[in-house]
Design a protein around this ligand. Structure first.
Ligand SMILES: [Zn+2]
Ligand SMILES: [Zn+2]
Length: 130
């Protein structure tokens, strides 16, 4: 299974060869701010299966002192994934073109959920990590 995705302006494109796994919605205050949304939705993959197809030079990483961060397109601002020590470790499901083949399995960091948001599904909820 080949998953393809990219940013809003189209400069950055990526490909994941092989299935995605462990998709979840992260409600932590950092993901909320970084996305400007109620939560961020990420899916993981086998590290060997990810590649930038186009526009890698547009990628900028915002890294926290913990070593975790996000990579985004410096032209349009689309967040393409989560990073650990500068390496992409998850993709944002909103940037996938077509069917990613997985669905979010849980809500994490609901302890810091936005006060104006209500979860409307029955997926498991975790105060912090799942
Ligand atoms: Zn872009
Ligand atoms: Zn988060």
């Amino acid at each position: 299974m080949k998953i393809q995705g990219g940013c809003l302006c189209g400069n950055v494109q990526y490909e994941v060869k092989g299935p995605l796994s462990h998709a979840d919605h992260c409600h932590c205050s950092m993901c909320r701010r970084q996305h400007g949304a109620a939560f961020g939705t990420y899916a993981n993959f086998n590290p060997d299966s990810f590649s930038w197809v186009a526009g890698e030079s547009y990628i900028k990483i915002y890294q926290l002192s913990s070593g975790n961060g996000w990579c985004f397109c410096r032209e349009c601002g689309s967040t393409l994934g989560g990073t650990e020590k500068g390496e992409i470790t998850s993709i944002t499901m909103g940037t996938v073109v077509g069917d990613p083949g997985v669905k979010p399995e849980s809500h994490i960091y609901v302890g810091s959920m936005a006060q104006w948001y209500e979860i409307q599904d029955d997926l498991p909820r975790f105060e912090e990590e799942s």
